[in-house]
Design a protein around this ligand. Structure first.
Ligand code: NDP
Length: 434
């Protein structure tokens, strides 16, 4: 904490990982040698830079840009870019740290990174968003590359923003390398990448439910968020027969006890992806119930899928979900559950998966996009989806392998942390003190 003052999210992520790793490291002391743990919690490189751009009124705006290059131990730095006013060094360091283990879990050769800016895309014109993205890349371009660091999207960075950044990257480097994933299909993107994180989260939750002899069919599901991850989590849960009864954003929650339908989801996607509106606009258009300033967790459900942002589900929310009989909580977002809430779920015997396991489908499919770019081919959507499903099943199996205790209880937190750690740590030990 002395080394990282004012970085609560980073310290929270490191604490969570170290608490679950410690018993394993005590049994395998080689992992405490060669300064391994000290090196692992220190990003290899942090780049912070000024982004100046001109708004529609001719005023100069200044934002701060970041790229955290956490670990290259098993492959090029890889992780998304987040544009949101809540972005700080602490938030991006936590995300880059987590990303390192997540990427290891996918079994693909990707290191860990994360970046972004405190730029708020809400209320900005399309021209402003493009000029910001171009200004951002005019500095970022010298720090990334297809074998160095391959960014992608995250909160506030979707296909449109990735397109603008990839375009500027080409202009500055005169190269058509794959330096971003999440690209449009017409310039090197992969089929299924937009769907991958939400679908992958549901595939993972389905594997968890199977361990209790259950499936999504007929279950009530609450989803938080209404962005990329949330939308495709809703779609896949519905297709497996679940009744999805909530979505949300930072303004409040939509509650639909009849459950989402394909038609309602199409309206939500239109409102969020094309009109850049709020879930309250969706509620107005469909006549659904909207609760302002409220999160979805008070609604009784069998499965909860937090898909919005960090620390959006706290100990009080967990207590309510547990009282209401929740069976399974799988994170589509990164660290949406506080440490206390996660511990409460595990203590109550709820199936609980941390994002580094359950939402790894997004980056896994980014890895598949990199492979397709490298061989200059594009695979059919069914092939990418089948690989995604296999990767999610593989991560689930790794969690069971490393997370099953002597009493037979499974901790997905321990399983994911240990499985990801072992791969990164072995690679670091083999490559010497660097
Ligand atoms: P989007 O920008 O598409 O959607 C984000 C959603 O979260 C929006 O509904 C947004 O609401 C809500 N949200 C953001 N910040 C807050 C906040 N402070 N309080 C309440 N709600 C908030 O992002 P994604 O769907 O891509 O990302 C969602 C989560 O999933 C993030 O944690 C991200 O790191 C994680 N993730 C994403 C992956 C991907 O492939 N996209 C991969 C793996 C993880 P509002 O519009 O009101 O801000």
């Amino acid at each position: 904490a002395d080394r990282n003052p004012g970085q609560p999210e980073f310290l929270q992520a490191v604490t969570e990982v170290m608490e679950s790793l410690w018993p394993f490291i005590e049994k395998h002391p080689k992992y405490a040698e060669h300064g391994l743990l000290d090196r692992l919690v220190e990003p290899e490189r942090v780049v912070m830079f000024r982004v100046s751009w001109v708004d529609d009124h001719g005023q100069v705006q200044v934002n701060r840009g970041y790229r955290i290059q956490h670990s290259m131990a098993i492959g090029p730095y890889k992780g998304g870019m987040r544009f949101h006013p809540s972005v700080t060094l602490s938030v991006l360091k936590f995300l880059a740290f987590e990303q390192t283990f997540k990427n290891a879990l996918t079994t693909l050769p990707m290191g860990g990174g994360k970046g972004g800016s405190d730029f708020d895309p809400k209320g900005k014109s399309p021209g402003e968003v493009m000029r910001f993205c171009q200004a951002f890349v005019s500095e970022l371009f010298r720090h990334v590359g297809s074998d160095t660091d391959v960014p992608a999207g995250d909160i506030g960075v979707g296909g449109r923003e990735v397109g603008y950044m990839a375009g500027m990257m080409k202009k500055l480097t005169n190269r058509a390398d794959c330096v971003f994933t999440g690209k449009g299909l017409s310039f090197g993107g992969s089929l299924m990448r937009p769907e991958a994180t939400g679908y992958g989260t549901v595939y993972f939750a389905d594997e968890m439910l199977k361990t209790r002899g259950r499936s999504f069919d007929g279950l009530r599901v609450s989803v938080s968020g209404s962005g990329n991850v949330a939308q495709y989590a809703v779609e896949k849960a519905m297709s497996l027969g679940a009744k999805v009864i909530t979505v949300s954003d930072s303004s409040g929650t939509v509650i639909d006890m009849d459950g989402f339908t394909t038609d309602k989801l199409a309206i939500l996607m239109e409102v969020k992806n094309h009109l850049y509106g709020r879930v309250s606009d969706y509620a107005e258009r469909t006549g659904s119930r909207f609760e302002a300033g409220v999160r979805p967790w008070h609604i009784p459900v069998d499965v909860a899928l937090p898909c919005a942002t960090q620390n959006e589900l706290d100990a009080n929310d967990a207590a309510v979900l547990i009282r209401n009989g929740v069976l399974c909580v799988a994170e589509g977002a990164n660290m949406p559950t506080t440490i206390e809430a996660a511990k409460a779920f595990e203590a109550a015997g709820v199936l609980y998966a941390p994002g580094k396991a359950s939402n790894a489908g997004g980056v896994a499919t980014s890895g598949l996009e990199m492979s397709q770019n490298a061989e200059r081919l594009s695979w059919p959507g069914e092939e990418v989806d089948a690989r995604l499903l296999q990767i999610m099943k593989g991560i689930h199996a790794a969690c069971l392998k490393y997370g099953t205790g002597a009493d037979g209880r499974v901790s997905y937190v321990d399983g994911a942390n240990i499985a990801g750690f072992v791969k990164v740590a072995d690679a670091m030990l083999a490559q010497g003190v660097i």
